[in-house]
Design a protein around this ligand. Structure first.
Ligand code: HEC
Length: 170
């Protein structure tokens, strides 16, 4: 029994110290994850809505308070969050954001109750509109859930790779 456990332990240890083996692609994926190059935010309502509900973005860089949306924004009262990848991308001075960059914007009604979220996630490299995923959920229903959504793209195109909120967040 003890010998079996020891053998298992050795096996597990070996597996942990050499997770990639000879597979170059796995090790590249690991490197990308460590540098923040992966897409961690779920895309698609089925996965994203519960992810937002659970406030998985709560630890991200955030605006200090809820405020009225600026300019021509249709978003009402808002509070914007940037994930680590987007923060690092701004820090690097990128005009084309790193894949995995994401922003969540909480939407509030006039009474200060949160009513939904607007989300954008960079899902592929390049400057094409289709490389950003867009999501809008308000009062429990999603009205936008797609890459390259024209409605969002129309206003966001002039931003820094479509991000309109200035960095650093206020
Ligand atoms: C009429 C113009 C307009 C449209 C349409 C629009 N936005 Fe925005 N959006 C803005 C502005 C302006 C900001 C800057 C912050 C603010 O004041 O709301 C913004 C900010 C955001 C942010 C925070 C990150 C950033 O770029 O600043 C997200 C996320 C976002 N919008 C998502 C969406 C989604 C999803 C859609 C489509 C369903 C959409 N927006 C459509 C104007 C627009």
């Amino acid at each position: 029994m003890l010998r079996q456990s020891l053998a298992l332990l050795i096996l597990l240890t070996a597996a942990c110290t050499d997770p990639d083996g000879d597979d170059g692609s796995t090790s590249e994926a690991t490197a990308a994850d460590e540098s923040g190059g992966g897409v961690d935010v779920p895309t698609g309502q089925a996965a994203l809505s519960p992810w937002l509900m659970a406030e998985n973005y709560a630890g991200w860089a955030a605006e200090s308070a809820v405020h009225a949306a600026t300019g021509t924004s249709p978003h009402g009262m808002v509070r914007t969050f940037f994930d680590d990848v987007l923060v690092a991308s701004f820090e690097a001075g990128n005009t084309e954001h790193t894949v995995g960059s994401a922003s969540v914007k909480e939407l509030y009604d006039a009474g200060g109750t949160r009513v939904g979220w607007a989300v954008m996630v960079k899902t592929a490299a390049g400057t094409d509109a289709s490389n950003w995923y867009w999501y809008l959920e308000s009062n429990g229903s999603a009205s936008t859930d797609a890459n390259g959504a024209g409605l969002c793209e129309g206003c966001h195109a002039p931003g820094v790779d479509r991000v309109l909120t200035p960095y650093p967040l206020q």
